[in-house]
Design a protein around this ligand. Structure first.
Ligand SMILES: Cc1cc2nc3c(=O)[nH]c(=O)nc-3n(C[C@H](O)[C@H](O)[C@H](O)COP(=O)(O)O)c2cc1C
Length: 335
C-alpha cells in the first residue's frame, strides 16, 4: 500500500510516514525483548539453580584461567575465590544438585587453587581453605574435569593438520535432501562437537531442540520464512536457543546472540563433518511468531531462539547457489 503512493509524494514525506508506521512496532518488539531479558536473565533475581550455576561457572572460569597464566602469582584472585565459595555455599544450602559438570569443575578448580597456594599462610587464605573443606567434605568428585592441562606444542599442532581450508570452502548451505532418514545418533554426535564452541566465561548458554516428529517439523517450518521450495524435504530440524539465565546486567544484553551464533556455526560444521546436508534458517520474527513457536514446541521462556537448522541426507547431485564472498579488501581494515 505504502509503495503504491511512494512516487506520488516527496521522498522526505514518504520516509516520515514509513517511520511513523514502523516505529511503534519496533518499540513494541524491543519492549518484548527487554521484558524477557529482565525476567529471565540473572540481572535481577539470581538465586535460581541455573542462574547460580552460571555465576559459579563465570567465577571458577576466571580462577581456572588464572592458574593457566604463564606465571601465576601466589595469592592471585583471592576475592574472586572468596566470592566463588560464597556462591557455592548458597548453591549447596539450597539443596541443588552438586553432581552437575559445572559444580564438580568449580570445586576441583578451588582444590587446584589451594594446592597452588599451599605456601600461603595469611589468615584470609587459610580461612577460605577451612570454609571450602567444610563445605565440600561430603561431596564426591569426578575425574579430572577442573584445573589446567599442560599442552605439548607439537601434539597441539599435530591436531591442526586436517585440511580445514578444504573443509570450510567445501561446505555449502544445502536445500535439497533425499528421503533417507537422518539417524538421531549422527545429530547427537554433531551436537557433541558443537559443545566445544567457545562461550563467554565458558557459561555455555546454548541449547538445542531436536525436532524429529514430522508434524512438529511441519508446524515449525510453517512459522519460518525462508524454507519455501525445500522445507518439505527437510528430514530433521534443530533449533538452537540460548539460555538467558547465563547472562547478567546491561552489558550482556546481546551476548546470547553471539554465543548462540557461534554455537550454530560449529553445529553446521559438525553436520557437514558427518556428511549431512544442512541449511541455517533465520529466526528473524516479530514477537507474535516467537511466542507461537515457543508454544508449539514447548521452548522454554528463558531461552532466546537463535535459529533453526534444516538437516537431511545429500542427493547424489544437487545445486547450490554460488553465494559469492566479498574480497578481502572489502572487509578488512588494517590499523
Ligand atoms: C543466521 C542465518 C540464517 C539463514 N536463514 C536462511 C533461510 O531462512 N533460508 C535459507 O534458504 N538460507 C538461510 N541461510 C543460509 C544463507 O543464505 C547462506 O549461509 C549464505 O547465503 C551463504 O551461503 P553458504 O552457506 O552456502 O556458504 C541463513 C544463514 C544464516 C547464517
Amino acid at each position: 500500500m505504502l509503495n503504491r503512493i511512494k512516487g506520488k509524494m516527496p521522498n522526505w514525506l514518504f520516509i516520515v510516514i514509513k517511520a511513523m508506521r514502523d516505529l511503534p512496532k519496533i518499540i513494541n518488539n524491543y519492549i518484548y525483548d527487554i521484558k524477557r531479558y529482565i525476567k529471565y536473565s540473572s540481572s535481577v533475581a539470581d538465586n535460581k539453580r541455573l542462574k547460580l550455576e552460571a555465576q559459579i561457572t563465570a567465577k571458577y572460569h576466571v580462577i581456572e584461567k588464572g592458574l593457566s597464566m604463564p606465571e601465576p602469582r601466589v595469592g592471585f584472585g583471592k576475592d574472586r575465590v572468596n566470592r566463588l565459595i560464597f556462591l557455592l555455599d548458597r548453591y549447596i544450602c539450597k539443596g541443588y544438585c552438586v553432581e552437575t559438570t559445572q559444580i564438580q569443575a568449580a570445586i576441583q578448580v578451588l582444590d587446584k587453587y589451594f594446592e597452588f597456594n599451599r605456601s600461603a599462610t595469611d589468615n584470609y587464605t587459610l580461612g577460605m581453605v577451612q570454609r571450602a573443606n567444610n563445605l565440600f567434605k561430603d561431596i564426591k568428585l569426578n575425574n579430572h574435569i577442573g584445573g589446567t592441562l599442560l599442552m605439548d606444542k607439537d601434539a597441539y599442532l599435530a591436531k591442526t593438520q586436517i585440511n580445514f581450508k578444504e573443509f570450510a570452502y567445501g561446505r555449502s548451505s544445502v536445500r535439497n535432501f533425499t528421503e533417507v532418514n537422518v539417524d538421531i545418533d549422527l545429530l547427537l554426535e554433531s551436537i557433541k562437537i558443537a559443545q566445544k564452541t567457545p562461550s563467554v566465561c565458558n557459561r555455555q548458554s546454548s541449547r538445542v531442540y531436536l525436532i524429529k516428529d514430522k508434524d512438529k517439523i511441519k508446524e515449525a517450518l510453517s512459522l519460518q520464512n525462508g524454507n519455501r521450495g525445500f522445507g518439505h524435504l527437510i528430514n530433521k530440524v534443530l533449533i538452537v536457543t540460548s539460555d538467558l539465565n547465563a547472562f547478567k546486567g546491561l552489558i550482556e544484553r546481546n551476548q546470547s546472540f553471539i554465543d548462540g551464533g557461534m554455537y550454530s556455526m560449529s553445529l553446521l560444521y559438525a553436520l557437514h563433518y558427518h556428511g549431512l546436508g544442512a541449511c541455517a534458517l533465520n529466526w528473524a520474527v516479530e514477537k507474535g511468531k516467537d511466542s507461537k513457536l515457543r508454544n508449539a514446541l514447548n521452548i522454554k521462556e528463558n531461552e532466546n531462539i537463535i535459529m533453526m537448522i534444516g538437516v537431511g541426507h545429500l542427493p547424489s547431485s544437487f545445486s547450490v547457489p554460488i553465494s559469492k564472498r566479498k574480497d578481502l579488501n572489502e572487509v578488512i581494515t588494517i590499523i
